[in-house]
Design a protein around this ligand. Structure first.
Ligand SMILES: [Zn+2]
Length: 603
């Protein structure tokens, strides 16, 4: 082995690592980069290895500064394809006052670039240096940095797929203009526009899945094509090259082809599906197009097929035993309430997964089927052919089920059939759109269900919301003033540690990873049954439930704060509005005169 490499391995402590030595042998034999080969060996610490290399070569070490926003103007000093292909990240320029600084109209033209600083993880790559020399005239100052940090920096600076687009667009605009920049791409395999767009679209989806996105939105804007991911309930913009706008039509057409939509139809909304596979596991993607004035916008909803279990819901000890008891019941209705996107389906699927055993026949009717569960008969409603929740449920009940799940109790007919099913020996699960668990009682009665049917069929009302889960790798303890805690009725007697978000590489600086459900459960007790049957005021239901051990969702959320799983702010943000709404509810009246006044005031 080359002595210099031996020194390197000794410095970083990998001298006796057989896999590392083998990787270097392979690299010499195959004439590939030994740096990449070594970094690909599992267990090799890239920082330790690369810092040793930097030291050996006497090159400065580059560290990404997470607080500093990247200077996007650096892009003009190095073309995207050269940068991305060779993983060379421009990190800064040296300047001197320009000769005609006196006449300069702005700061940029008052200075002159004298050197370009570039970070690389492979300072020994001859190809990279040659390609760089062919496209950059400034002297280069080399830095060594972590391979992962450089990849991230490149993605931020140039945007996803920038190399591909630069090539396509150059082909389009300057066909035949053979300049130096074209020469350096001769190493690339020839790639046509279609293949590049396909690759780009795949990259968007793959990256979305890697970042646990639930939705991807491709939205044409007047001057650009915006791509956003919804991660943990929040939208985040994906950096893409500016020139992608020119290929907007191809990108959207590709998505429509994948979803088997009519690509000629651009004026009407369409929806379809894509079945993908990522690393062996199937991904179901629901696609919807919306014609906007700026062009068609495409939304992808990514539905993973990973199993949802009760364990994964992370229920607190206060309600887990309650849930176990409820799931043992032979009949009755268990309702889950909450607005759209509060995680109701996940909870329902977890319950069904728990009950999914050979001696039980489970049938569902859903709109649409979000997760496919083996062993469970799932039906999707199709109102256009007359298959509604009500008709579907009727035919399900003729099919000898033990457990039935009805996606939503939208109308009186469906609700009444479900109640009859519960009273005739079936365990029924469904959802309602109400703000809190107890509101479910009033909702059913308001729909026209007889109070005694509600009290005899329903076993429990759940309500839930999703809060962001603190990143377990970087969360840190926090002291909160006791006056503040008292003002929000925080349980100060319960032991635990409050944590706050910090942000690390793993959570992309957000301090949060994934989400967690917070729950409240209102159990149908004899006392509550009596109040419902005698048509008591809803506030009485609330008082009784509290007496029977009901813990409101905010209290449940606070327990999760004390376990360091989320923050007080997260819990308050999802429980605040509904609390004041619940309090205001008895006096809430339709505000007709005000809206009429507004109409009248309009010209
Ligand atoms: Zn973190």
């Amino acid at each position: 082995m080359i002595p210099v490499i031996n020194t390197l391995l000794q410095t970083c402590g990998y001298a006796d690592h057989p896999a590392v030595r083998q990787a270097i042998e392979d690299a010499c034999h195959n004439q590939t980069s030994f740096v990449d080969e070594v970094l690909d060996v599992p267990g090799v610490n890239e920082r330790v290895f690369l810092q040793a290399l930097a030291k050996l070569l006497d090159l400065p070490w580059w560290e990404a500064d997470p607080d500093k926003t990247q200077d996007r103007s650096l892009r003009r000093y190095l073309p995207a394809d050269v940068a991305l292909k060779n993983r060379l990240l421009p990190i800064g320029i040296d300047t001197k006052p320009s000769e005609n600084a006196a006449q300069a109209i702005d700061q940029a033209s008052a200075v002159e670039a004298t050197a370009l600083h570039i970070a690389t993880s492979d300072p020994l790559s001859l190809v990279a240096r040659q390609q760089l020399a062919a496209s950059v005239t400034l002297p280069v100052v080399w830095h060594v940095g972590a391979r992962t940090r450089i990849a991230e920096g490149l993605q931020k600076l140039y945007g996803l797929g920038a190399d591909t687009f630069e090539k396509i667009l150059r082909g389009r605009v300057d066909w035949g203009a053979e300049d130096l920049a074209d020469e350096v791409t001769v190493l690339d395999e020839p790639e046509d526009e279609e293949a590049s767009v396909v690759r780009f679209v795949n990259q968007i989806i793959r990256r979305g899945l890697e970042q646990r996105a639930t939705d991807i939105h491709v939205e044409p804007q007047q001057d650009r094509l915006r791509i956003r991911y919804r991660i943990d309930g929040r939208l985040e913009e994906l950096p893409v090259p500016d020139n992608i706008k020119a290929l907007q039509a191809s990108v959207i057409a590709r998505l429509k082809i994948m979803a088997r939509l009519d690509i000629a139809e651009k004026r009407l909304p369409q929806d379809g599906r894509i079945n993908l596979e990522l690393d062996g596991s199937p991904i179901d993607v629901r696609v919807a197009t919306i014609p906007s004035v700026e062009g068609e916008s495409v939304s992808l909803r990514l539905l993973g097929q990973q199993q949802v279990t009760i364990e994964r819901l992370g229920m607190a000890d206060t309600i887990r035993p309650v849930v176990d008891e409820l799931l043992k019941l032979p009949n009755g209705i268990i309702l889950i309430t909450g607005p759209t996107g509060s995680g109701k389906s996940t909870t329902l699927y977890a319950f069904l997964t728990q009950l999914n055993q050979t001696h039980r026949r489970i049938v569902t009717i859903e709109d649409p089927v979000e997760y496919k569960m083996p062993g469970i008969l799932q039906i999707a409603v199709k109102p256009e052919i007359g298959l509604t929740f009500a008709t579907g449920l009727r035919s399900i009940l003729r099919g000898d089920p033990n457990v039935v799940m009805v996606g939503e109790m939208r109308d009186l007919e469906t609700t009444e059939i479900a109640i009859r099913a519960a009273l005739t020996g079936h365990l029924v699960f469904s959802t309602l759109h109400t703000n809190d668990a107890i509101g479910g009682i009033t909702r059913l009665v308001d729909m026209g269900v007889e109070p005694f049917l509600v009290s005899s069929a329903v076993r429990a009302f759940f309500a839930q919301r999703l809060v962001r889960r603190l990143c377990p790798l970087c969360r840190e303890p926090v002291e909160v003033e006791s006056e503040y805690l008292a003002s929000i009725n925080f349980p100060t007697s319960v032991k635990g540690t409050l944590m706050q978000a910090r942000g690390c590489e793993s959570c992309r600086g957000t301090g949060f990873q994934g989400r967690l459900s917070i729950y409240e459960v209102c159990i149908m007790t004899p006392a509550l049954q009596h109040l419902i049957n005698t048509r008591a005021h809803p506030s009485e239901f609330h008082r009784q439930a509290l007496q029977d051990g009901y813990l409101p969702m905010r209290g449940y959320g606070f327990l999760k704060c004390l376990q360091g799983e989320t923050t007080i702010q997260e819990v308050l943000s999802v429980t605040a509005s509904e609390r004041s709404f619940a309090e205001a509810k008895p006096t809430l009246k339709p505000n007709a005169p005000a809206s009429r006044a507004m109409v009248a005031a309009a010209p």
